[in-house]
Design a protein around this ligand. Structure first.
Ligand SMILES: [Mn+2]
Length: 426
């Protein structure tokens, strides 16, 4: 199924006048505060977020999984889904593959399909949290940190194989997330586990092409509940430093203990030039993988406030790689992703509206009330006309979710794929 530019233009046609009015009104208000709305729109248009191949089927919990009708049953269908998202939103211009769930059979055909939908290949993700079918060694007691040399070398070899697959697709980065850790006090020798992890990561790093980056993701708990080998940004930062200049920390919003000040972590990493990648989601208690912006939109805005500052002031930090890492148990995954993409751009737009000169002056003047007013004035702005303008200019839908429903995309996909198609890998 394909959503063409003509279909979208047809849906937009009836809303053009209303959009022009809303945009002109907001642009006028922003101009009074010295903000050029067209520049914000341009930044929004350029902001592309990768969709992971595992977010296109319904997510499960350890209690069960409820499939959606018409789930993508192959890599080609997953790319097709991301193409649909990109056509509707103009902001999902990349796909991130998970290996071994999505190993391509025909590389030129896969590349050609993605290119025809305007999609690039983002970071490739390795998997050493499940035992590969028929593999001689087990990850039951860890992978890169395992005390079993066979498990370690199998995990290192897998990561190097993933780099090779990514090279054939045009990816430029590898994301490593380790499930390694311990469930009980005394189970693991912390120092030994960390040392072995460094050693393994260095072997993977040595196989990294020159123009690639290694992203090291951290997580405080789960699936292990007592300790995790890379539990926090500090450990990830240290490991990245030990590997070398092509290694970076990856921040996943759900991989923090409740109430962690994530925006401060972002600021520190960007100052040090080590924020490589970002995984968006939202959560109430743990790694809940809920729709971005559904629980804590103000926290997301504060994070973007630091990202915007960092991107403007920290040339030592490369442009981060953006990805959504969320999947839900009961929502239609494509609707869920449209909502997430909207929330990300909304937070970004609001952060772009922060009056930084006034904020800095209020800080210097030791005026916490003024600082709060400046931040919240940007946060309270209804930026939807800016997001809509960015989509309009990109040939995407003014109202992506409404368009998705009006075009009955899920119905169309179900017709093509059947009601029993189950997303591979989940
Ligand atoms: Mn993640």
């Amino acid at each position: 199924m394909r959503v063409t530019k003509d279909l979208i233009a047809g849906l937009n046609a009836g809303q053009l006048e209303q959009q022009a009015g809303a945009y002109t009104h907001l642009a006028g208000q922003l101009a009074e505060g010295g903000v050029d709305a067209s520049q914000v729109v341009e930044r929004l248009r350029d902001f592309q977020v990768a969709i992971p191949s595992w977010a296109l089927g319904a997510g499960g919990t350890r209690f069960g999984r409820f499939s959606q009708p018409g789930e993508p049953g192959s890599l080609e269908q997953k790319i097709e889904d991301v193409g649909l998202l990109h056509a509707l939103t103009g902001s999902a211009g990349a796909i991130s593959l998970h290996i071994p769930w999505d190993i391509p059979q025909d590389y030129p055909a896969i590349r050609q399909q993605a290119a025809s939908l305007g999609l690039a290949f983002d970071a490739v993700n390795s998997n050493t949290f499940q035992d590969p079918r028929g593999a001689p060694a087990t990850y039951r007691y860890g992978s890169l940190s395992s005390t079993d040399p066979a498990a370690r070398s199998q995990a290192v070899a897998h990561n190097i194989e993933v780099i090779g697959i990514g090279e054939k697709l045009g990816s430029k980065s590898l994301t490593v997330w380790l499930a390694d850790g311990a469930n009980f006090p005394g189970q693991a020798n912390f120092q030994k586990a960390l040392s072995l992890t460094v050693e393994s990561l260095k072997q993977i790093y040595a196989a990294l092409p020159n123009d690639w980056k290694l992203f090291i993701e951290y997580k405080p708990y789960e699936p292990n509940f007592y300790s995790t080998v890379i539990p926090d940004w500090g450990t990830s930062y240290m490991l990245a430093g030990e590997c070398g200049p092509k290694a970076y920390t990856l921040v996943d919003l759900g991989h923090h203990l409740p109430n962690t000040n994530i925006e401060q972590i972002v600021a520190t990493l960007m100052l040090k030039g080590k924020l490589g990648g970002f995984h968006f989601n939202d959560s109430k208690y743990g790694d809940d993988d809920l729709t971005v912006g559904s629980i804590k939109p103000y926290a997301l805005f504060l994070i973007f406030n630091e990202l915007v500052y960092g991107m403007a002031h920290n040339p030592q930090n490369p442009y981060p790689s953006w990805m959504i890492d969320a999947s839900h148990n009961i929502k239609d995954p494509l609707e869920d992703l449209i909502q997430s993409l909207e929330a990300i751009r909304e937070a970004y737009a609001r952060a772009l509206l922060v009056d930084r000169k006034a904020l800095e002056a209020a800080r210097e003047g030791h005026d916490p009330v003024g600082c709060q007013e400046i931040l919240q004035s940007a946060f309270r702005t209804d930026v939807r006309p800016l997001l809509q303008q960015a989509r309009l200019e990109a040939g995407a839908a003014l109202q992506p979710l409404a368009a998705y429903r009006k075009l009955e995309v899920r119905k169309g996909l179900t017709r093509e794929r059947g009601t029993r198609s189950v997303a591979t890998g989940l």
